[in-house]
Write a protein that binds this ligand. Structure first.
Ligand code: GSH
Length: 377
């Protein structure tokens, strides 16, 4: 067995949505790391046998521990203490940050993948170069075809494309106003909300030729936030004297409310339909505590639901992982006082976001032995 290399190693590629999350976090916190592409021989020899599927990012710690999952990589460092902790102090900000993180890492896959693959002919050379650098020339075509093939399961269709584009342009306008006043979503430093949103906003929408051009033309301050998120430490020359803390007293910036309303207007009924599908699957198959969520570790979806996205009928793949993300909102609420909990639920109710918190359903999703498993209680 080979010994572990010194320092942190991040296995990922520049154009990967979830690697971007981990990379932004490491850079903001000033944690030294080396990034290696998954075609590095170590990935196949030492990492795949442990994490059991071909997926990035994977962080290798100096102790030889492997951590897969952008959220877990963040949590690993948060537990150790970092320069700019990403979890807000208050319950309301934390719950809202989890919902924004869900929107960025799950719902916005639709926007990210549309602007990468539906306009493939306009940015083929750029994509091919990126995929070849990460996977090798021979594998590039295969990986590109696999990514491209995800579009229908993400609900990207001829009918939904106009509303995806409308959603994205609305989002840019909302964020442009927000970043006119605040450097990050919840104040003076990035929170898990920023790290969630930066996934699609950097790797695809802020970097691929077609969507990054759109972002620069329509929303220059959003483009600057993308740069800021990828810079070392905090990068806030436009906000002298702002400070590096979250907005005080668990308040929500006025300019963030439109973002929350935007999220509420488009994650339903898809999210409730997906949760209902999972409830039914649990009732039917009765998995035990610790059973893997899917037959093979690389299978993300346990089925397809017929649902609607901004009024347009779409089919969408049900990923139990969404529960892994959103249950963090429940955990934040469970640790809060009754008064705080009521305040948060009232706020979510006003915005139409109450159903984004899954609540107790008799099951949850957790990770054991590097794979996602059902948690029963
Ligand atoms: N929940 C995971 C998702 C990671 C993920 O989906 N990574 C993509 C690249 S951005 C991947 O490796 N996909 C491989 C595949 O789908 O075949 C995380 O947050 O790290």
């Amino acid at each position: 067995m080979q010994s572990s290399p010194s320092g942190y190693r991040l296995y990922g590629v520049p154009h990967s949505l979830y690697t971007g999350i981990a990379r932004c976090y490491l850079r903001t916190q000033g944690i030294a790391y080396t990034e290696l592409a998954p075609n590095h021989p170590d990935f196949a020899e030492r990492i795949l046998p442990v994490i059991k599927r071909s997926i990035i990012p994977v962080l290798e710690t100096p102790d030889g521990e492997f951590i897969q999952d952008s959220l877990d990589i963040i949590d690993h460092f948060e537990q150790q203490g970092v320069a700019y902790p990403a979890y807000p102090h208050g319950t309301l900000q934390t719950v809202l940050a989890v919902i924004i993180q869900y929107y960025g890492t799950q719902s916005m896959l639709r926007h990210a993948m549309h602007y990468r693959w539906s306009v493939r002919d306009q940015q083929e050379g750029f994509l091919r170069d990126a995929f070849a650098a990460g996977a090798g020339e021979a594998m590039a075509e295969k990986v590109m075809a696999r990514m491209n093939s995800y579009l229908p399961r993400l609900g990207v269709t001829v009918q939904s494309v106009p509303v995806i584009e409308q959603s994205y342009e609305e989002l840019l306008a909302i964020l442009e106003t927000h970043f006119g006043e605040h450097p990050y979503l919840l104040g003076g430093r990035p929170s898990i909300a920023d790290y969630g949103l930066i996934g699609p906003m950097f790797a695809h929408l802020g970097r691929d030729p077609v969507p990054s051009h759109l972002m620069k033309l329509k929303a220059p301050k959003v483009f600057r936030w993308v740069e800021r998120m990828t810079a070392p430490g905090l990068d806030t020359p436009e906000y002298p004297g702002y400070g590096d803390d979250f907005v005080a007293d668990d308040q929500v910036p006025e300019t963030l409310r439109p973002l929350l309303a935007h999220i509420a207007s488009e994650i339903f009924p898809e999210l409730t339909d997906k949760l209902a599908f999972m409830d039914a699957a649990i009732a039917e198959h009765k998995p035990r505590d610790g059973d893997p969520v899917s037959e093979k570790p690389h299978q993300r979806y346990i089925g397809l639901v017929d649902t609607r996205y901004r009024g347009v009928p779409v089919q969408a793949g049900v990923e139990p992982y969404l529960m892994y993300v959103l249950r963090r909102a429940d955990h934040a609420l469970a640790g809060a006082s009754d008064q705080d909990r009521e305040r948060v639920m009232a706020y979510l109710g006003q915005l139409g976001l109450a159903e984004a918190v899954p609540g107790e359903r008799g099951y949850s999703v957790t990770r054991r032995g590097q794979i996602e498993v059902w948690e029963r209680h």
